[in-house]
Design a protein around this ligand. Structure first.
Ligand code: PLP
Length: 387
C-alpha cells in the first residue's frame, strides 16, 4: 500500500506487559485467565488443532511463549518445566551420539552435570574451554563439533563473555551458538542481537522474579523450536498452566524489576568497594572488573548479581551472614527479595577450600542477589552485619 506507514515496533517495557496476549474486548477479563484444563475439545474430522498441556500449546503456555520470543527478538520460544529442562531439551534437539559439544568452563553446576554425566553416557563428546583463553576455543573445535555453549554473565563472578567474537567463530565453523542468558534477562542483553542462535533461560529467576515457580525457556528460529518442542513432549518437560500463568504475571514487571536491581546492585557494589572489611567486589558495573568495558558495550545494565570477598575469610563470612536481618540467606537469584549465599556451603560444597580458591572462590566469598528493596536499606543491613 503506497504511503502506508509501518507501525513503530513496541518497546520492551510495553512487550513485558502486553506481548503475545490479545487486547481484551468489552466484557472480557483484563488479567489473563488461568486455563488449567489439560485437554481441549477437538474439532471434528481433523487432527489439526489438537491441544494438550504436554504439547505446550494450551492458552497460558502460548501467551508466555510469544512474549518471551518478542523480548528476545527471536522467531519463536518455548516454555518448559525448569531451566534444566530447557537446557536439556534445547541441546538434545541439536546433538546426536558422536557429536561434540564445546562448552565454556564457567557454567551452572547442574548444567555441568548434565553434560559430563548424562550427555557423555549418551555418546556425546564434551569438552570445556576457559573463556579467558581466547585461542582455546578455536583450537578445541573439532570436525564433529555441533554446539558452542556459554553462560553470560557468569554466576557468581559476574564475568561477561564476548558473544560477538564467539558468534563469528560459530558461523565460520557452521556450529550453533547457545547462550544461557539467565543472569542478563532480555532487559539487559539479547544474545540473538550479538549473533547467538539459541537463548536459554531459567525462568525461575528474573523472568518470573518472585521465587515461586520453577520454569525454563528456549528461544530461536521457529523450525528449531519445533524440534525442541518434540523433545519436550517425549521427555515430559512441559510446564504446568498455573506456572505459566504466574510467569505471565511476573513478566509484566520484568522491565521495572530488572532496572531497579541494576541500579541497586551498582550502588551497593560502589559502596562495598570502599569498605575495609571487603577485600574484593565482583561486579561488571565497576571499572575495576575485568569485563567492565565489554559489559558496557554488550549490555544495557549490569544485572542484580554481585559477589564480595570479606577480608576476614571464612569466619567473617559466617558471622556476616548470621547477622543479616533484611537480606535472606537462601539459594537462587533474580527475585524481588535480596538473597545471600556462601558458595562453599551451596553450589561449591563438593570442592575443597584449595580447589575453590583455584577457581576464584576463596573462603570468605559471598554471593548477593540484589532485589528491588531500597538500596539504602540493603546497604544499612550490610553495614550493620559487617560490624
Ligand atoms: C538456576 C539456573 C539454572 C537452572 O534452572 P532451574 O530453573 O533451577 O532448573 C540454569 N542456569 C543458570 C545460569 C541458573 O542460574
Amino acid at each position: 500500500m503506497a504511503g502506508a506507514k509501518k507501525p513503530k515496533p513496541q518497546s520492551r517495557a510495553t512487550i513485558t506487559v502486553h506481548g503475545g496476549s490479545p487486547h481484551p474486548k468489552a466484557g472480557e477479563p483484563v488479567a489473563l485467565p488461568l486455563v488449567q484444563s489439560v485437554n481441549f475439545v477437538q474439532y471434528p474430522n481433523t487432527a489439526d488443532g489438537l491441544r494438550y498441556t504436554r504439547y505446550g500449546n494450551t492458552p497460558n503456555e502460548e501467551v508466555v511463549q510469544k512474549r518471551i520470543a518478542m523480548l528476545e527478538g527471536a522467531e519463536a520460544a518455548l516454555v518448559l518445566s525448569s531451566g534444566m529442562g530447557a537446557t536439556a531439551c534445547a541441546l538434545l534437539a541439536l546433538l546426536r551420539p558422536g557429536d561434540h559439544l564445546l562448552s565454556s568452563s564457567w557454567i551452572y553446576g547442574g548444567t555441568r552435570k548434565l553434560f559430563t554425566e548424562e550427555f557423555v553416557q549418551m555418546g556425546i563428546e564434551v569438552s570445556f574451554a576457559n573463556p579467558d583463553e581466547r585461542r582455546v576455543w578455536r583450537n578445541t573445535i573439532r570436525q564433529n563439533t555441533r554446539v558452542i555453549f556459554v553462560e553470560s554473565p557468569v554466576n557468581p563472578s559476574s564475568r561477561v563473555i564476548d558473544l560477538h567474537q564467539l558468534a563469528i567463530l560459530a558461523k565460520t565453523q557452521g556450529v550453533a551458538l547457545v547462550v544461557d542468558s539467565t543472569l542478563a534477562s532480555p532487559i539487559n542483553s539479547r544474545p540473538i542481537e550479538h549473533g547467538a542462535d539459541v537463548v536459554i533461560h531459567s525462568a525461575t529467576k528474573y523472568l518470573n522474579g518472585h521465587g515461586d515457580i520453577l520454569c525454563g525457556a528456549v528461544a530461536g528460529t521457529a523450525s528449531y523450536i519445533e524440534e525442541v518442542r518434540h523433545k519436550m513432549m517425549v521427555w515430559g518437560q512441559a510446564p504446568d498452566p498455573f506456572a505459566c500463568w504466574l510467569l505471565e504475571r511476573g513478566l509484566k514487571t520484568l522491565d521495572v524489576r530488572v532496572r531497579r536491581s541494576n541500579e541497586n546492585a551498582l550502588k551497593i557494589a560502589e559502596w562495598c568497594q570502599k569498605r575495609p572489611e571487603i577485600r574484593k567486589v565482583h561486579y561488571a558495573g565497576l571499572s575495576s572488573h575485568p569485563d567492565h568495558a565489554l559489559a558496557k558495550k554488550m549490555m544495557d545494565g549490569f544485572g542484580g548479581l554481585m559477589s564480595i570477598e570479606l577480608s576476614g575469610g571464612a569466619e567473617a563470612a559466617d558471622r556476616f551472614i548470621s547477622r543479616l536481618k533484611l537480606i535472606t540467606h537462601a539459594s537462587s537469584l533474580g527475585g524481588a527479595d535480596s538473597l545471600v549465599v556462601e558458595p562453599r556451603y551451596s553450589s561449591h560444597a563438593h570442592m575443597t577450600s584449595e580447589e575453590r580458591a583455584a577457581i576464584g572462590i576463596p573462603d570468605g566469598f559471598i554471593r548477593l542477589s540484589i532485589g528491588i528493596e531500597s538500596a539504602d536499606d540493603i546497604i544499612a543491613d550490610i553495614a550493620q552485619a559487617l560490624q
